[in-house]
Design a protein around this ligand. Structure first.
Ligand SMILES: *Cc1c(COP(=O)(O)O)cnc(C)c1O
Length: 433
């Protein structure tokens, strides 16, 4: 079968191919009730299941693009990774005591409208709170279906003004919702304004459209955005089955237009919590010129308990990747710290022990080896004036610029401890003085 004469979908929908490939058609025909789901996919749920689902749906609404629904294998419905990511489960109501409404404290770290500013040099700019589909594992589940606070251009302008005022921001991530829910003109208008800020070096677009609605990646869109490079594009494939012909075409369009592509998977129980599935996904991504960037441990948001795996599952997957396959296929496994601490990388241990002149390491095969350090090491003579030292306009590395552990490691800093702000022992000292 050639690319053109194969069926584009398997749903009970009778429409012309040209309509099926029109992204706006999918948004007008979202599957947003169980009835529609059954009608379109031909799947049947028991009346008991349907009844139980009603409560879930009243809390967390349903929306699947016909495209994504067409990937569901209805013969193995409840085992299907596409179904699990898109169709509600009664287990979304199983709340755990440690779950939170906003575990990443994104609302607290918002100094201006549409902005989450967590790291020193980069911000999220939330340009749209709508998505083509409601992923069941959404970390921002609290906001799903909340159409009231539709982001408008005036609010976005306030966010852009914040970026303009903060010269330390060199990287702006357009996120949401899905930024590609906006029309081409609107996205271009936003990107144009951000690009006009001299200190913004790179722009990133975070969108799941290549996965859930690849027809959104049109020639017009990529042509419109190309003049504003460098724009990096990050998406979220979680299972090899999502890499369809249409998805690959969308990725190729972006890659051909010069967008470096990255992927951020979420580790999901029953979807991709398996080294074989994950490795095959990562290999397939690299073939499509997508560099695996992160694997996320599932967040502590409410309604995700049935998706959560032990952290050890992620470490096991990393163990099965590192050394076994190209470094290009190996993403960083991260936990986004509850409370807004940001992403923390998690790795298997490779350092077994060390002495003053030797490090004992093990490789992926279990071979234990030694690395002998140099007998005479002369560290660079550092006066913190980096711009003089390397003769490039860079920020000096003065003590007040150093953060956290980097500060403890620096010979330029007098700091010898970092103390939590509510440490009782230190509070007692303050009281005495
Ligand atoms: C993930 C994230 C970023 C980007 O982090 P990188 O590690 O640079 O990809 C920025 N801000 C927030 C709030 C984030 O959650």
């Amino acid at each position: 079968m050639t690319e053109t004469d194969s069926p584009t979908h398997s749903l009970n929908i009778n429409i012309a191919d040209s309509k099926w490939k029109d992204w706006k058609w999918h948004l007008r025909h979202l599957i947003d009730t169980v009835d529609k789901f059954e009608k379109v996919t031909g799947a049947r749920l028991s009346s008991e299941d349907r009844k139980k689902l009603e409560e879930t749906l009243s809390l967390f609404p349903l929306a699947i693009t016909p495209y994504y629904a067409s990937l569901i294998d209805t013969d193995h419905l409840f085992n299907d990774p596409v179904f699990k990511q898109s169709f509600p489960s009664i287990h979304e109501l199983d709340l755990e005591s440690f779950e939170m409404d906003d575990p990443l404290h994104e609302d607290a770290d918002s100094p201006a409208p549409c902005i989450t500013h967590r790291y020193p040099d980069r911000v999220l700019l939330l340009v749209c709170n709508q998505c083509a589909m409601y992923c069941r594992h959404c970390t921002r589940k609290r906001k799903v279906g909340d159409t009231e606070q539709f982001v408008d251009m005036e609010e976005i302008d306030k966010g852009i003004a914040y970026i303009r005022e903060h010269k330390e921001i060199r990287d702006v991530l357009l996120s949401g919702g899905d930024p590609l829910m906006l029309d081409d003109e609107k996205i271009e208008a936003i990107i144009k304004k951000v690009r006009a800020i001299p200190h913004v070096e790179i722009i990133r677009l975070g969108s799941r459209m290549p996965v859930v609605l690849p027809y959104r990646i049109t020639n017009e869109l990529v042509e419109r955005l190309k003049p504003y490079h460098p724009i990096w594009f990050n998406t979220q494939f979680n299972h090899p089955r999502e890499l369809t012909r249409a998805s690959k075409k969308a990725l190729a369009k972006l890659a051909d237009a010069g967008f470096p592509l990255g992927n951020q998977s979420v580790l999901l129980a029953g979807v991709n919590d398996c080294p074989t599935i994950m490795k095959s996904l990562l290999h397939e991504l690299v073939k499509q010129r997508v560099r695996p960037y992160y694997i996320y441990q599932c967040d502590l948001s409410q309604g995700l308990s049935h998706f959560r795996t032990p952290v050890g599952k992620g470490i096991e997957i990393m163990e099965c990747l590192i050394g076994h396959t190209s470094g290009l296929c190996v993403p960083t496994f991260v936990i986004d710290a509850p409370g807004g601490g940001g992403k923390i990388p998690i790795m298997p241990h490779y350092i077994i022990s060390w002495s003053d002149h030797k490090v004992i390491l093990r490789n992926y095969e279990g071979v234990i080896t030694t690395y002998q350090g140099p007998d005479h090491y002369q560290p660079p003579d550092c006066n913190s004036h980096c711009s003089e030292c390397i003769n490039i306009a860079v920020e000096d590395r003065t003590e007040e610029k150093l953060i956290g552990i980097e500060k403890l490691l620096s010979d330029q800093s007098e700091t010898i401890t970092i103390v939590p702000c509510d440490n009782e022992r230190f509070n007692r000292r303050d009281d005495e003085s």
